[in-house]
Design a protein around this ligand. Structure first.
Ligand code: SAH
Length: 445
């Protein structure tokens, strides 16, 4: 998530399967929706299961208001279901219901789907008070992202339809009723409001008073009563968003299960992996190019005195590529890090491929990082290597790490091939909902 938002699945370019509504709402006979007529190519897209239709595949949307709920039909008037319309996005249509499940009232539907998303997570998410409650298409709520950070809820609105006042009202009312939070904060991405031609807004409170809090996740050992969770500061209105990357929550715990020796957390941000590794490692060094992120990492260390048990984490502000080159090659005096071998190395860079055009560059970036890390790993060491670029497939990422291992003349054994935490569901047929790869390897002796 860089800025946290760049970690989310791209919302502008998806090819996705039309999703059936899990909620059936009776349509009153009085309501007639405006109709958007598709070109034959648009119809073909819908028939092949894509819920998003691009503007170029629309034959007519005359008089349809920005953000309207619409009926989607072919030129003969045959209905393909209900959708949300955007007058400015490249994706003009986002399907929300099949023809046999017409929608009467959008705010009611949205309230029901938010409740369904919360209920879906109940049996899946444990040992944390911070997780994603609503993940856009993956929860049948295109254009809406909601995260819970303990008693503060953060809302992101990404489309015209979700920005309508009655919809905003339903979102806030449902969250207040179901979660009784101390604050609901809207986080605004000005770029998205601009793309959707929405009136500019600032990030701010939608409800309540509280905008910052402390979150806790992944108790170090749930069987021991005095065992402690890993805690992070969260401030929804800070310039740089604070808090752990929620999509890595389960991977933090997985990495901690294997971690040992001296650990290096590269692209550490506010210390998500580093703090989880610390109880299991003899030393931990976190590296990031962002000073504010490292300042918060230091504050997070102070918050976790009990699990750190006197251990200090060293935070280094540096460009990770330069630092790894120096450490791995010993090309300049790197002090006590020179030629040092690590027992555990985590690589969690920002998305290198924001679009397909960046793919070649992204692969060489991933390869270089992994090659250098492998040279610095002790025999029996653990490599936790991540990619949050949607455009880099899981198979391609694995092959890139394999190529790095070949070049470094190292043998890696795959311990776990992981993805984003289950509160960021991956909806089959909506490939863009799955974006995070997290591979855990053991380096053979
Ligand atoms: N592992 C973190 C998330 C990392 S996000 C967690 O679990 O919380 C990616 C991070 O990479 C951001 O903090 C960003 O500041 C940092 N970053 C981006 N480019 C960098 C570079 N060239 N060198 C070092 N850090 C970089």
């Amino acid at each position: 998530m860089p800025k946290k938002s760049s970690r989310s699945a791209p919302v502008e370019t998806a090819r996705v399967k039309m999703v059936a509504s899990p909620v059936h709402v009776e349509r009153s006979s009085a309501q007639t929706l405006p109709t958007v007529t598709l070109s034959p190519r648009g119809v073909a897209r819908i028939k092949s299961g894509h819920p998003w239709v691009y503007r170029s595949d629309i034959a007519s949307a005359e008089g349809v208001a920005a953000g309207a709920m619409v009926e989607v039909a072919d030129h003969r008037g045959k209905s393909f279901g209900t959708a949300l319309y955007s007058s400015s996005s490249q994706i003009a249509i986002r399907m929300i219901a099949e023809p046999d499940a017409p929608v009467d009232d959008l705010p009611t539907l949205i309230a029901e789907r938010i409740r369904a998303a919360i209920a879906y997570r109940q049996p899946l998410v444990s040992d944390t008070d911070a997780y994603r409650l609503v993940f856009s298409e993956a929860d049948f709520l295109p254009g809406l992202i909601i995260d819970k950070y303990n008693d503060v809820v953060s809302v992101q609105i990404l489309t015209q339809a979700m920005d309508a006042e009655p919809v905003r009202g339903a979102i806030v009312a449902t969250l207040v009723e179901d979660l009784s939070p101390a604050g609901i904060v809207e986080r605004v991405d000005p770029r998205i409001r601009d793309l959707e031609q929405l009136t500019p807004r600032e990030s701010g409170l939608l409800w309540g008073k509280k905008t910052s809090t402390i979150i806790a996740m992944n108790a170090t050992d749930t069987s021991v009563p005095e065992s402690h969770s890993v805690r992070f500061h969260y401030d929804a209105l800070e310039g740089q968003k604070t808090g752990a990357f929620l999509d890595q929550r389960e991977n933090y715990a997985a990495a901690a299960r294997y971690a040992h020796g001296d650990a290096l957390d590269v692209f550490c941000y506010q210390g998500g992996f580093a703090l989880h590794l610390a109880p299991h490692c003899s030393s931990v060094t976190g590296v990031d190019s962002s000073r504010p992120a490292l300042e918060m990492a230091e504050k997070n260390s102070a918050l976790n005195g009990q699990i750190l048990n006197g251990k200090e984490i060293e935070w280094i502000e540096a460009n990770a590529f330069d630092l790894l080159r120096d450490y791995a090659g010993g090309s300049r005096d790197t002090g006590r890090h020179a030629g040092r071998k690590y027992g555990t190395i985590v690589l969690d860079p920002p998305a290198f491929a924001k679009t397909k055009r960046d793919l070649d560059k992204a692969h060489s970036g991933y390869k270089e990082l992994n090659l250098r890390a492998l040279k610095m790993l002790a025999p029996g060491g653990i490599l936790v290597t991540c990619s949050c670029s949607f455009h880099v497939s899981a198979a391609d990422f694995l092959e890139t790490v394999a190529a790095a291992a070949r070049d470094a003349h190292k043998s890696l054994r795959l311990l776990e091939s992981r993805t984003q935490a289950k509160d960021h569901p991956i909806l089959l047929n909506v490939p863009e909902t799955g974006y995070l790869k997290c591979l855990i390897f053991s380096l053979s002796d």
